[in-house]
Design a protein around this ligand. Structure first.
Ligand code: NAI
Ligand SMILES: C[C@@H](CO)CCC[C@@H](C)[C@H]1CC[C@H]2[C@@H]3[C@H](O)CC4=CC(=O)CC[C@]4(C)[C@H]3CC[C@]12C
Length: 361
């Protein structure tokens, strides 16, 4: 029934569609959007897995392109009903320069907005981040907060600064007239730390644990809690928002939503052990041996080494003053805004999310 030509008429574009989150959004759209006629997957690097999707009832169009190039973005957006903009440079390790991070995250987002306006695309869903809120440079905890919780969102690092700037542009664009005279409807989703199949840092921790004889060493107190969210639920929330934006434009346009599910609040390391434990690793408590000041010293040394070695090679370890500060600051969200505004309920239970992630690791 859903495969008839009359029901399939929507064209979606997913930027960053070959990334960790983007791939899940693409697959979720194919499973859960029966009105889909064409799915355009736009990315700097296209994945070989896209080929297997081309045999289904939906026309899957792979577009190799760069969001920093306005003409490439406009060509991809032209004729799309909905754009889900997940493309971004996720770098808190100093791999890319601040200029490149801004170019991709801010200019890239500007290009997407302008392309919607020029070509008449009305619905834009932006993948923002919890990082636009915090943790801030003062290390203030954000405890069980929601979208309206007051918090001093002051940042210095290029990644959160660029995400905050891009999110503001997207929200300000809500209501702009697009080609044809109708209004643009935008909203932004703010995932907390995403985990699940394809989460590269989780694999890195796993391999590090194997190298250390099946052990990982606790560096952060167990009392520092983080919210985490399963990638399948983040993808589901994007699909649902995209589907509901037209009907609920007045309510949802210009809004931000944290992405949440039933994953437990835990420290970053304890949460990772939910998956790495069943894969044979154990977390050794060495916090009394490695006090915080020593970790900070190591993180600062890493930053110094990165700077000194930059002319010769790229030294970008996981530990630096910024990642240490994020890992060491409580950031948990507790909200039902997405449920109230567009009926979101997690598609995957915590048990499901955990099992799928363990299987992948
Ligand atoms: N991973 C996480 O925990 C979180 C991620 N986010 C956001 O979610 C989005 C997706 O992140 P991930 O999937 O984790 O990252 P990712 O790096 O796996 O995916 C990003 C995708 O964007 C593409 N891309 C990068 N530069 C591009 C350019 N100039 N033109 C076209 N495509 C380009 C990359 O090739 C990649 O496929 C990002 O916007 C990120 O800021 C938000 C919160 C948490
Ligand atoms: C001190 C180390 C000892 O084990 C642990 C270092 C862990 C860090 C690499 C991660 C801790 C928190 C992560 C960030 C957080 O989940 C929020 C994020 C949101 C985003 O939008 C992008 C990714 C990230 C910044 C994420 C990156 C990795 C951590 C800093």
């Amino acid at each position: 029934m859903a495969d008839s030509a009359e029901t399939r008429k929507l064209v979606y574009l997913v930027t960053g569609g070959c990334g960790f989150l983007g791939e899940h959004v693409v697959r979720m759209l194919l499973q859960r959007e029966p009105r889909l006629y064409e799915l355009r997957v736009f990315d700097l690097h296209l994945g070989p897995w896209l080929e297997e999707l081309k045999t289904g009832p939906v026309q899957v169009t792979a577009i190799q392109g760069d969001v920093t190039q306005a003409h490439e973005v406009a060509a991809a957006v032209a004729g799309a009903h909905v754009v889900i903009h997940t493309a971004g440079l996720v770098d808190v390790f100093g791999r890319a320069s601040p200029e490149t991070i801004y170019e991709v995250n801010v200019q890239g987002t500007k290009n997407v907005i302008e392309a919607c306006v020029q070509t008449g695309t009305r619905f834009l869903v932006y993948t923002s981040s919890m990082e636009v809120v915090g943790p801030n440079i003062k290390g203030h905890p954000f405890y069980r907060g929601n979208e309206d919780t007051p918090y001093e969102a002051i940042h210095r690092h290029p990644y959160p600064c660029s995400k905050a700037q891009a999110e503001r542009l997207v929200l300000e664009a809500n209501g702009r007239k697009v080609h044809g005279g109708l209004s643009l409807v935008t909203c932004a989703l703010r995932p907390t730390g995403i985990y699940g199949e394809g989460h590269q840092i989780m694999r890195d921790f796993y391999h590090q644990g194997l190298r250390l004889g099946g052990r990982l060493f606790r560096a952060i107190p167990a009392s520092v809690e983080h919210s985490r969210v399963y990638v399948g639920n983040v993808a589901w929330m994007h699909v649902l928002v995209a589907q509901e934006l037209e009907q609920r434009a007045a309510l949802m346009g210009g809004q931000v939503y944290f992405c949440y599910d039933e994953s437990p609040y835990k420290s970053y390391e304890d949460f990772n052990m939910e998956f790495l434990g069943p894969c044979g690793l154990r977390l050794v408590d060495t916090r009394l041996l490695v006090p915080y000041w020593l970790l900070m010293l190591l993180a600062t040394l890493n930053a110094l080494l990165q700077w000194l070695l930059r002319p010769l090679l790229l030294y970008a370890p996981l530990l630096n003053p910024y990642t240490l500060a994020v890992a060491n600051t409580t950031f948990t969200v507790s909200t039902d805004k997405a449920q109230r505004h567009f009926g979101y309920k997690p598609l995957f239970s915590w048990e499901d999310s955990r099992t799928r992630t363990i299987r992948w690791v």
